[in-house]
Design a protein around this ligand. Sequence first.
Ligand SMILES: *Cc1c(COP(=O)(O)O)cnc(C)c1O
Length: 379
Amino acid sequence: MVIKILDLTRNFFKIRPEIDLQIKKIFDSQDFILGASVFNFEAHCNNYLNVKNSISCASGSDALLLAGMSLNLKHDDEIITSPFTFFATAGSISRLGAKPVFVDVDPDTFNINLNQVREKINISDKIKAFIPIHLFGQMTPLENITDELKEKNIKIIEDAAQAFGTHRNINGEIIKAGTIGDIGCYSFFPTKNLGACGDAGMCVTNNDELAKRLFKLRVHGSGKTYYHDEIGINSRLDAIQAVILDIKLKYLDEWNAERRKLAENYKNLFALHGLDEFITIPYELPGNYHIYHQYVIKVHNNKRDDLMKFLENLGVQTRIYYPLPLHLQPCFKYLGYKAGDFPVAEKLSNEVLALPVYPGLELNEQEYLIESMEKFFKS
Ligand SMILES: *Cc1c(COP(=O)(O)O)cnc(C)c1O
């Protein structure tokens, strides 16, 4: 048996006729960039996320960059983020000319430690923004810190690249990831839970002024074509990506629910096979609707790498998100961090292992995976 870490073909066939039809229409019209299909998708996102403005763009990385540009973040500004995330979160800060300031993460949720963020903003007055990540599909409980950040005029850009449709119950209200801060950023990279057929991304905001600015910044800073109010970038959504995303959006809640079901299966299987002493399953913070963009376990006693190889030999693919925390990446050497600065992130990078979790994954495949793990730990 071969179980891939991700197999996008599994549920594609179900929506293929719809997608083929829409793609044909795009080619018939020869209308490829922005246009009605993009505006249509943006309107549907406003509705789905319960937010006033959705501004699509060319990638999740660009969404983060555009967000920073629209908030006037620049040289010498310090921006707090997590060292335990995909590179683009911190990369976007450097692309603004600003300085990433890392803060360690929570060992259970893998999300940034808000107590340490609080300490940081109380000792430095150079902090201009905060980029929390809703890592692996579960939200950071931002309501615990938004007032303090607002008081200090520190902007919040949510990196919701792994969290489209994820939500959290905040004082009895269901709030979607990406809609709490000043701007939320999403990625529609093909492997994301809402994925395009190439690069794509989006910013959302309830602030109309910021939205106006973002709509301009994605087209070289021009309001009226060929008249430039400021210097923007070229970062737009293709019509073909928009129609695909718009079709997939209709199925997203169903697919996210299926991810949760798969997580439940893993939990039951680990218990059934008596593996709980060897690994720790993902923790879901109370109030969170975790969509398991990734299903990430912690492997105890330094066995992670051996387990990974063992599973690979039995046809089971797993992945490590992320093997080297950002403060230790060669490209961020100039920031002056060293090993030991963020012990939780560093420990996690040696323990985490992502298991296959995607719509269409079958129970018997999960069983095979868990039985293989049992062989590794118990024989
Ligand atoms: C995927 C991802 C991004 C970047 O998105 P792209 O569309 O690949 O540019 C940013 N942050 C996180 C946490 C991601 O997972």
